[in-house]
Ligand binder design. Structure first.
Ligand code: NCD
Length: 305
């Protein structure tokens, strides 16, 4: 595998790199289940979690991944940092650089912020979500979860539903899943589907009944109200009626279709609790578990590179 210096997006990766990362993550998933750790791998290395946007699962997942590999992990969140005192992104980068940080995990509300930092710091930079652009570790953990449950990560019909326009998770998943040879469908109201997205090799649908027909995987997304500029959706109740995943709509998909959601969920808006909490259909907890394994694989790979 070509040496990876940073992980800024799925864009730029190839199927071999993705498969190598998933295989390594699979071995970390087994290690995690056995309760063992591998604390010598990143001993003496420093990982900084630099989060300019709120996060619970992604930040704790990177923290746990770093600690399981023995790194010294530091969490910096914006509210308590000098950013609130007007320091620019690049000043922050210079400061972190002076601390000889090895791995820098960045979440930012602006698309491209991690790439900008990557040009300025010596550390390996991992994009933990930038604006509406990419969230590569989420796409990798989703791919690993699918592969474990369907036995493969190609030739599947995968429907991504809801607020695609604002979703970096959707963008990274579209890139990864089409690259690996799956049939990707996007389902949502026209206001929530980005214009020109067909060029990415996906099929668009505006209703769940036709869009879910024959789907192996149904991936639901959160309605990202904080990124919306006004009346893009009707009331949450109306959204649920047309696009919320409940038992009746799931029945349009294949009988063995499995359900995913990156979290955090808006129960009763994009997904019914009845489905979200059904261990026979929902992979949501396994996604969280695979998140730690995938991040261990990414940290391991970048630390070697
Ligand atoms: C997502 C994100 O922040 O992009 N959450 C996550 O990382 N699991 C999706 C979201 O916020 O809805």
């Amino acid at each position: 595998m070509a040496m990876l210096k940073h992980l800024l997006g799925i864009e730029g990766l190839n199927p071999v790199t993705v498969t190598t990362l998933l295989d390594l993550a699979e071995s970390y998933a087994l290690l995690n289940r056995s309760g063992k750790t591998q604390r010598d791998l990143l001993r003496g290395r420093t990982l900084i979690n630099l989060f300019f946007e709120d996060s619970t699962r992604t930040r704790t997942s990177f923290e746990l991944a770093g600690k399981r590999l023995g790194a010294d992990v530091l969490n910096m969140s914006v509210a308590t940092s000098s950013v609130t005192k007007g320091e620019t992104l690049l000043d922050t980068a210079t400061t972190l650089n002076a601390m000889n940080c090895d791995l820098l995990v960045v979440r930012h509300n602006r698309s491209g912020a991690p790439a900008l930092l990557a040009e300025k710091v010596g550390a390996a930079v991992i994009n933990a979500g930038d604006g509406t652009h990419e969230h590569p570790t989420q796409a990798l953990l989703d791919a690993l979860t699918i592969r474990r449950n369907k036995g493969r990560i190609s030739g599947l019909t995968i429907a991504i539903c809801g607020d695609i326009a604002h979703s970096r998770v959707a963008r990274s998943n579209i890139l990864l899943l089409t690259m690996m040879g799956n049939f990707v469908r996007l389902i949502g109201p026209p206001t929530l589907l980005p214009s020109g997205i067909e060029a990415a090799g996906v099929e668009l649908f505006h209703d769940m009944e036709t869009g879910l027909k024959g789907a192996d995987i149904v991936m639901m997304l959160r309605l990202q109200k904080e990124r919306m500029t006004g009346g893009m959706v009707p009331s949450p109740r109306e959204f649920f009626t047309y696009y919320g995943l409940d038992r009746a709509k799931l029945a349009y998909a294949k009988p063995d279709a499995l359900v995913m959601h990156p979290g955090p969920m808006n129960r009763g808006v994009e997904i019914d609790s009845d489905i979200a909490d059904d261990p026979a259909r929902a992979l949501i907890k396994e996604q969280v578990e695979m998140g730690v394994a995938v991040r261990m694989a990414v940290l391991d790979t970048l630390a070697r590179g």
